[in-house]
Design a protein around this ligand. Structure first.
Ligand SMILES: Nc1ncnc2c1ncn2[C@@H]1O[C@H](COP(=O)(O)OP(=O)(O)OP(=O)(O)O)[C@@H](O)[C@H]1O
Ligand SMILES: [Mg+2]
Length: 269
C-alpha cells in the first residue's frame, strides 16, 4: 500500500470533534441531528456509542467516517481536517482510511464471499492475484477460510457480517466504523462479530467505533459514549446514563476509558 498521509501513534486521539453540529432542512423547519458535540477517541480503542433512536448516532458516525460533512465545527481524523476536504478528496481519504460495517451487511448477493471482500480493492492498483490474496487473508482473519466461495445466501447472518468485517478490513484502514453491526444477529452471531471487532483492536491496533443498542457489547468495548438529542453526554450526565443502563440491564458499562494496550502490534490484512 502507499504511504499514509497521517500516521497517529496509539494513545493519541485518532478522532477529535470540536463543537460539531449537523442540521437538516425538513420543510420549513430545521432538524438539529447533532448539536455542538465535542469528542475525542484515542487510536487503538474499541468504543461504543449508545443512545435512543433519533439521538444522532448515525449522523455522528457519518461525520467521523467522512460520509457526511458538518454544518459547523471541526472534524479531525488522523491529523486531517475532514471538514476542509472537497467531496472528491474526502472520498479518496475514506477509501484508504476507513472500513465500514452496516447493520444489514450490504453484501452483493451474486458474488461469493471472496469477491465481495475484493470489491473495495478495485479502487487500488493491484493485480487480480494480489486482490485475491488480500481478500483471502481478510477472510481468514474473520475465521471464514472454509466459506470463501459461498454466496451470501448460503451463509448465516453472523457469517455474512464477518464477510462484511473482512471487506471493511481488506484495505488495511486505521479506522473501522460499524453502525449497529449486531442489530440483525442472534446471540451466537453477535458474540462472534463482537469478539472479531475486539480482536481487530487488540491484535491489529485498529480503532473501532461502533453504534450499538446491544448490552452484550459492553463486555467487549473499552469505553462507551452516550448521546441524547444530538448532544454527547459528559461527566456526571454520562455517568448517570451508564448507571441507568447498568441497573436496567445488570451489566457493567465502561463510561470511563478502560486501559488500552499501549503497544498493539500491526499486522497488515
Ligand atoms: N438526511 C436527513 N434528512 C433529514 N433529517 C435527517 C437526515 N438524517 C437524519 N435525520 C434526522 O436527524 C436525527 C438524528 O438521526 P440519526 O440517524 O443520526 O439517529 P440515530 O441515533 O442513528 O437513530 P437510530 O437509532 O434510529 O438509527 C433524526 O431526527 C433524523 O430524523
Ligand atoms: Mg442510526
Amino acid at each position: 500500500m502507499q504511504s499514509r498521509e497521517a500516521v497517529v501513534s496509539p494513545s493519541q486521539p485518532l478522532i477529535s470533534l470540536r463543537h460539531v453540529a449537523r442540521s437538516y432542512r425538513r420543510g420549513p423547519s430545521e432538524v438539529h441531528a447533532l448539536d455542538g458535540t465535542t469528542l475525542q477517541i484515542e487510536a487503538g480503542r474499541f468504543v461504543a456509542i449508545m443512545g435512543p433512536s433519533g439521538s444522532g448516532k448515525s449522523t455522528l458516525l457519518n461525520l467521523i467516517s467522512g460520509i457526511d460533512r458538518p454544518t459547523r465545527g471541526e472534524v479531525v481524523v488522523g491529523g486531517l481536517r475532514l471538514d476542509h476536504l472537497s467531496e472528491d478528496a474526502l472520498a479518496r481519504w475514506r477509501a484508504r482510511h476507513v472500513g465500514l460495517v452496516f447493520q444489514f451487511f450490504n453484501l452483493m448477493p451474486v458474488l461469493s464471499a471472496r469477491e465481495n471482500v475484493e470489491l473495495p480493492l478495485l479502487l487500488f492498483r493491484l493485480s487480480r492475484g494480489e486482490r485475491r490474496e488480500r481478500a483471502e487473508l481478510a477472510l481468514r482473519i474473520a475465521g471464514l477460510e472454509d466459506r470463501m466461495e459461498h454466496k451470501p445466501g448460503a451463509l448465516s447472518g453472523g457469517e455474512q457480517q464477518r464477510v462484511a468485517v473482512a471487506r471493511a478490513l481488506v484495505t488495511d484502514p486505521d479506522l473501522i466504523v460499524a453502525d449497529e453491526p449486531t442489530g440483525d444477529l442472534d446471540a451466537g452471531g453477535a458474540e462472534v462479530v463482537l469478539s472479531l471487532l475486539r480482536s481487530l483492536r487488540q491484535e491489529m491496533g485498529k480503532t473501532v467505533v461502533m453504534v450499538t443498542h446491544d448490552p452484550r457489547a459492553m463486555r467487549f468495548v473499552d469505553q462507551v459514549f452516550h448521546i441524547d438529542k444530538g448532544r454527547l453526554l459528559h461527566g456526571e450526565e454520562a455517568a448517570r446514563a451508564g448507571r441507568a443502563l447498568e441497573s436496567a440491564l445488570g451489566i457493567r458499562v465502561p463510561t470511563q476509558p478502560r486501559g488500552a494496550d499501549p503497544t498493539p502490534t500491526r499486522e497488515g490484512a
